[in-house]
Design a binder for this molecule. Structure first.
Ligand SMILES: C[S@@+](CC[C@H](N)C(=O)[O-])C[C@H]1O[C@@H](n2cnc3c(N)ncnc32)[C@H](O)[C@@H]1O
Length: 202
């Protein structure tokens, strides 16, 4: 498996496809190992590097649903999954997460958000009724290249920065989440969903 992950790192680097960095990957692996999720939802597959990383660390019967909008990256991910021992428990959905999430069934113990940075809050809003009480939400790149804390972000980035701040404000202030932001890589927010009246019994 380590060899496959190394080939994926090379494949991504050659084509400048973003995958989770080394430190983020270590935190993701440790968080999945600790949480022991049976169902995982990933938004932003790219070539499936983080998908396989999570599959390695999750319980053997865990299933992963992962969503990628770029057909070429999704095809590469599918090919890498077939080279692993996890292909049978990964469901790769190709399309825009904003359109897929509202019609996606199932409930999830772990949500990894790693797609369009301007849409994190929208993804979370659309996935929230599918989170089981106790679910972990792991969001990568929440510092948005360090701009989230900048007093005057570049004009062309302001909307994106505002939206990422809105995500952080939400998970930091909503009583249904307990959140820690880790200064690792480009910032990782880990939020534990406490559940609410809507999905406490699902
Ligand atoms: C940072 S990469 C994901 C990296 C991957 N999680 C990893 O660490 O190996 C973000 C991916 O999200 C995808 N993406 C962007 N917007 C999306 C959307 N609306 N729906 C689904 N995927 C999206 C991009 O095409 C890109 O491949």
């Amino acid at each position: 498996m380590d060899d496959l992950l190394r080939s994926m790192e090379e494949y991504a680097a050659l084509r400048t496809i973003p995958v989770i960095g080394r430190d983020g990957a270590a935190l993701l692996a440790a968080t999945v190992a600790e949480a022991g999720p049976r169902t995982i939802l990933e938004i932003g597959t790219a070539i499936g590097y983080s998908t396989l990383l999570m599959a390695e660390r999750a319980p053997n019967d865990a299933v992963i649903t992962t969503i990628e909008v770029d057909a070429e990256r999704a095809a590469a991910a599918a090919a890498f999954f077939r080279r692993s021992r996890h292909a049978g428990r990964i469901d790769l959905l190709v399309g825009d997460a904003a359109a897929i999430l509202p019609v996606l069934g199932g409930t999830y113990d772990f949500l990894f958000i790693d797609a369009a940075k301007a849409h994190y809050l929208d993804y979370l809003a659309k996935a929230m009724d599918k989170l089981r009480p106790g679910a972990v939400v792991f969001a990568d790149n929440v510092y948005f290249y360090g701009l989230v804390t900048a007093e005057r972000p570049p004009r062309r980035m302001r909307t994106l920065v505002k939206r990422m701040r809105a995500y952080l404000d939400f998970v930091n202030s909503d009583a249904r989440f307990a959140t820690t932001v880790h200064p690792i890589g480009d910032g990782i927010a880990i939020s534990r969903f406490q559940g609410d009246d809507t999905n406490a019994h699902s």
